[in-house]
Design a protein around this ligand. Structure first.
Ligand code: HEM
Length: 437
């Protein structure tokens, strides 16, 4: 594994930038330099490992012994793993004991850089409040309802393309390509207000960014290019604001942010909303091919039943496996353990979602579980800002799929062909060959 590839791209970029800044100032930081980390020890990686869609059994075994557990140390930094439902809720809601600011870990006290929503999850108030405040008006139900109609049209277009691809080939279609990635990409473009003539280039960058088969360096390069591309889009929209989020922010609060900040904001929305929704659509379709009753409910059920199916898919699949790291601000007690200032607390969202103390039938996809609060969107101050948009998108796409292709089936029995990710914070699959019936 190359250096830092276990970290999400946004965190990697931020750490590298901060490390360069610290280095260029000629000062010596007393904190460990996590950019020097070449490989995470094997025994620390199980919270990111899965067997198909299920977390590896070690996670449940550890949660049964203790839902708060000292996972180990990396470069002298103590790491705690929280895998229980009650414990996860407590940590994620506790802004007094924890900071999300990665600079805290590096001993960097500078508060001047609002480096974009790519870093929103790594930011504390007041920066977090200011940046999130820019985004929330774009996600009100009124704004989202305006997007909803467009989302319906995007879904229909994607389903048409699937049907055409099946008809022109051997009847098999890769659902990840034509449905999983296609729908969230178009939704994010509409949300941001990307002009039509740049979408093709943006799409190519998006594909490269999430194509892990090309290795860390290329993915990293594509991430930088996407960000530059979005900064250029912001620059262009300064003169002619579009009708999406970028244009709206420029029109209403444009003077408060420079191009880099706004580009970062757009990049964070792209990063947060694209791969996560794609993973849910692809893995969701996979689970539905094995649960015909839930698939029928998507086709024929009431809105409440459809919501149940979507939320149980979110709980069960939980594509964002762990929350943003929380850094202890002071020594404190955490369910009987003494957490020291500077320790890192990792909340396993997938673990909390499968805690048998809270969920009736945790290891199964089972609609009776849908009553329990889940953590697929996190919890507390950093809870996903796009959660309602994601729900609208999942509902539209999955009900559309169920109505158009009621006989959807897997075209392979070999799960190895699906390319489930390895050690990825956002879990997902790379291929899903299906027949449309
Ligand atoms: C099924 C799709 C999605 C899932 C599973 C998901 C999940 C999450 C999770 C788990 C967090 C972190 C919570 C924490 O650490 O406490 C998060 C944060 C975030 N998400 Fe999502 N997300 C999804 C879709 C979206 C969409 C569509 C957008 C935007 C268009 C988005 C934008 C963000 C942003 C900006 C944050 C950072 C919030 C903050 O730190 O205040 N996400 N998401």
């Amino acid at each position: 594994m190359s250096s830092m590839t276990w970290l999400p791209a946004a965190l990697r970029r931020r750490v590298l930038r901060l490390a360069m800044r610290l280095g260029s100032r000629g000062g010596s930081s007393p904190m460990p330099d996590i950019t020097t980390l070449r490989k995470v020890p094997e025994h620390l990686t199980y919270p990111l490992r899965r067997d198909g869609v299920d977390p590896v059994p070690q996670l449940a075994e550890q949660r049964a012994i203790d839902p708060v557990h000292k996972l180990g140390e990396i470069l002298g930094i103590k790491i705690w793993l929280v895998s229980g439902h009650e414990e996860a809720k407590a940590v994620l809601a506790d802004m007094t004991s924890y900071s999300n600011d990665i600079r805290h870990l590096l001993g960097n006290r500078r508060q001047d850089s609002a480096e974009g929503v790519g870093g929103l999850g790594f930011t504390d108030p007041p920066d977090h409040t200011r940046l999130r405040g820019v985004l929330t008006p774009e996600f009100t139900m009124r704004r989202l309802r305006r997007l909803e109609e467009g989302i319906g049209a995007i879904v229909e277009r994607s389903l048409d393309e699937m049907a055409a691809a099946a008809a022109s080939g051997d009847g098999t279609v890769d659902l990840v390509d034509k449905f999983g990635f296609e729908i969230p990409f178009r939704v994010i473009c509409d949300l941001l207000g990307m002009p039509d003539d740049v979408r093709e280039e943006f799409h190519a960058l998006g594909v490269a960014r999430f194509d892990i088969s090309k290795g860390g360096t290329e993915v990293f390069g594509a991430a930088t290019e996407t960000r530059t591309f979005l900064i250029d889009t912001v620059k262009a929209q300064r003169d002619a604001p579009g009708d999406g989020m970028i244009g709206e922010i420029i029109r209403t609060r444009g003077d408060d942010f420079d191009d880099v900040e706004l580009g970062g904001l757009a990049d964070g929305v792209f990063l947060g909303g694209y791969e996560t929704s794609a993973a849910m659509l692809s893995m969701g379709a996979y689970v539905l091919t094995r649960n015909p009753e839930a698939y029928r409910l998507l086709r024929e059920g009431t809105p409440a039943e459809v919501n149940q199916v979507v939320d149980e898919l979110l709980r069960y699949l939980c594509p964002v496996q762990i929350a943003f790291p929380r850094f202890a601000k002071s020594d404190h007690d955490l369910f009987g353990h003494t957490v020291k200032k500077g320790d890192v607390v990792i909340v396993s969202l997938a673990g909390a979602n499968r805690d048998p103390r809270a969920v009736p039938n945790p290891e199964q996809f089972d609609l009776r579980n849908a009553e329990t609060m889940h953590f697929a969107f996190g919890h507390g101050l950093h809870r996903c800002v796009g959660a309602e948009l994601a729900r609208i998108e999942l509902r539209a796409a999955l009900t559309g799929l169920a109505r158009r292709f009621p006989d959807l089936a897997m075209a392979t029995d070999d799960l190895g062909e699906l390319g489930f990710r390895d050690l990825s914070i956002v879990y997902g699959l790379d291929r899903l060959p299906v027949t449309l019936g």
